[in-house]
Ligand binder design. Structure first.
Ligand code: FES
Length: 106
């Protein structure tokens, strides 16, 4: 696994990301959706496993699920699990933060 720096620190991440608003990041030809949640910064694949819509165009509900804007399938942001078992689960990416910055593992 390679750790890619996405922010110089948590303070910068909090300034740049709106709470619970998905944000698309393009990292090494990967489309990754990051969300600043009350549980910290979470990252999942941006492409919906159902039919390919960009999940960063969706929203996060009160259960911590990202909701696809196309057909409404829901994926738990921490686990990537599709909440109604209608499509494959979503790939998740680890995020770590420290003195050196905020990193995503790909
Ligand atoms: S493309 Fe996401 S629910 Fe259909």
């Amino acid at each position: 696994m390679e750790w890619i720096k996405i922010f110089p620190g948590l303070a910068e991440a909090r300034v740049r990301l709106v709470q619970n608003k998905p944000q698309l990041l393009l990292i090494r030809n990967l489309r990754i959706c990051v969300v600043q949640t009350h549980d910290g910064l979470l990252a999942v694949a941006d492409t919906c496993p159902h039919n390919g819509e960009s999940l960063s165009k969706g929203h996060v509900n009160f259960l911590g699920e990202i909701v696809c804007p196309w057909h409404g399938q829901r994926f738990h942001l921490k686990t990537g699990r599709e909440c109604a078992e209608r499509s494959p689960d979503l790939l998740t990416y680890p995020v770590k933060a420290g003195d050196e910055g905020v990193f995503i593992g790909i």
